[in-house]
Ligand binder design. Structure first.
Ligand code: NAG
Ligand code: NAG
Ligand code: NAG
Length: 483
């Protein structure tokens, strides 16, 4: 196309007009007020799993890609800064397909017989991945069995449902295996401990409302309570008083809520650390009736074809969609932890869907924006207390006080235009804080952005439309007290 002189003149003039628009928007900053008098739940962290041998994809990567990938997952300044690793406690005879091999391939003849544990020092790649996580400062390791070994179950198989023998409702003629299963879980945790990884939480069920061809074991909340009453004193006797029991990994929020009420009515609520739910069969909404902490421990987009988009019209694999999902769980449903399903997966599995954060394709990897949605939450460290945050239109705001006294503010801009955001810390004891901010959108991944701090301490930075911004206020140098 050949342009006339007058057309060229229009083009030359255009940038001036366009550039005037954002600066007008930036002047009208939207104010978000952080309220320290409103105190909500304590945050345990954010994480992912390397179960089903996916951890091996990282083990098998060559340098420098291996370290790059570990940084993407665990680094608190350049990656997602994940703080929880959920490991599958294997129950299968081998590690083919999606199986995870057990440390007890053969049970003793009777429940009180001496178990012949076999430790392969790998645990489907999960031990190595956990050891790397320790180096990055990760302290929360959740060991989660999908099932007891088949030899302890009503159906003699770790797959296809069935129940733990000894639980009411299980039809078994081989005795009560509750204590043997508790000992087995404790042994697994001790093996990790001996290898430098302290297991902090244990779960003994996965999706007990779903029977499938890989490891699965049925249970309702009342039946789970029967086992919890054996596991808790067994952990205490093994000097593992600080290991929390999580239960029961329901396929969705409504079943998890049933589990919570059944565990409470069975008198085992105070023996549980967290009620755990997935989000597949029913999404998280409202708050669960429990005195325990609540964790979302497994969810992903199982249907969408591999997508690395931040925003593509609200697609189920979009980073922006996941930012909202995690935000909703933490802010509207009182979650103390949000754990994604697989951290990494290959191209071949499940037609290269979105159930992973990072695609590991042979010796290469591709990062999805879902990872960066989680990275925006990395300013919220384990032990943080959620506090009040409100204000601004089209802004979803959340605020947290970290254990070190720093204040994290995580905001989603639901609007389509660039927005300047001002954060006022009302009632803060932070003196002359240093403020940093990072944002993610279609073309940025937790990229540092300039912050202006006013004399009254209000911090202002800009975030693009459908972007996400995280602020971190760290205490300034201590003022010298008057003599
Ligand atoms: C995290 O990333 C930063 C920036 O690349 C790097 O300097 C630091 O060494 C990394 N931390 C760890 C524990 O590897
Ligand atoms: C637990 O700790 C106590 C005190 O340190 C010790 O005497 C006991 O042997 C330990 N028990 C186990 C099972 O490790
Ligand atoms: C939120 O969870 C905590 C436990 O972490 C619980 O004490 C509190 O009652 C819950 N709040 C609501 C509104 O459910």
């Amino acid at each position: 196309m050949i342009l006339t002189l007058s057309q060229l003149a229009v083009i030359a003039a255009t940038p001036l007009l366009v550039s005037a628009v954002p600066s007008v928007e930036v002047r009208q900053a939207q104010k978000v007020t952080v309220d320290f008098t409103k105190k909500y739940q304590t945050i345990d962290g954010f994480g992912f799993s390397g179960a089903f041998q996916r951890a091996n994809l990282v083990v098998n990567l060559k340098e420098p890609k291996q370290t790059e990938l570990l940084n993407l997952l665990f680094n608190t300044t350049s990656g997602a800064g994940f703080s929880i690793v959920r490991n599958g406690i294997g129950s299968s005879q081998d590690s083919s397909k999606d199986y995870m091999n057990t440390i007890l391939p053969k049970c003793p003849a009777t429940p009180d017989g001496t178990p012949d544990y076999k430790w392969d020092g790998k645990d489907s790649g999960q031990l190595w991945l956990s050891q790397q996580a320790v180096k990055y400062g990760v302290k929360t390791f959740y060991g989660n069995a999908w099932s007891a070994p088949g030899c302890m179950k009503s159906n003699n198989n770790d797959a296809n449902g069935g129940m733990l023998c000894g639980i009411s409702g299980a039809s078994c003629t081989k005795g009560d295996w509750k204590q043997a299963y508790a000992n087995y879980l404790i042994k697994w945790a001790q093996l990790y401990g001996e290898n430098g990884v302290k297991i902090t939480h244990l779960g003994f069920l996965n999706e007990p409302d779903y029977t499938t061809s890989y490891a699965s074991m049925q249970s309702n909340g009342n039946q789970a309570a029967e086992f919890i009453k054996v596991l808790r004193p067994s952990l205490d006797k093994a000097n593992m008083t600080d290991v929390g029991i999580n239960c029961c990994e329901a396929t969705g929020w409504s079943v998890a809520s049933q589990h919570a009420s059944q565990i409470a009515s069975s008198g085992a609520e105070n023996m549980v650390y967290a009620i755990t739910s997935h989000e597949y069969t029913s999404r998280i909404s409202g708050t669960m009736r429990t005195t325990r902490r609540v964790w979302q421990t497994e969810y992903s987009d199982l249907n969408g074809g591999w997508s690395t988009a931040w925003y593509s019209n609200g697609g189920s694999g979009d980073g922006f969609t996941w930012a909202n999902t995690v935000f909703n769980g933490v802010v509207n449903s009182n979650l103390s932890a949000y754990v994604f399903w697989e951290g990494v997966q290959d191209r071949a599995t499940n037609n290269n869907n979105n159930e992973k954060l990072i695609l590991v394709d042979g010796q290469n990897y591709v990062v999805s924006k879902r990872l960066w949605a989680f990275a925006q939450f990395r300013v919220v460290r384990p032990g943080a207390l959620r506090i009040g945050a409100s204000g601004g239109s089209n802004l979803k705001s959340s605020a947290f006080v970290n254990v070190d006294g720093s204040v994290a503010v995580v905001i989603i801009n639901s609007g389509t235009g660039t927005q300047s955001v001002s954060i006022a810390l009302s009632g803060s004891t932070l003196t002359s804080p240093t403020v940093k901010a990072w944002y993610t959108d279609n073309t940025h991944d937790m990229t540092a952005v300039d912050v202006t701090v006013a004399a009254d301490g209000t911090a202002t930075a800009s975030v693009t439309g459908r972007g996400m911004i995280s602020f971190l206020f760290t205490p300034g140098a201590a003022t010298v007290p008057p003599v």
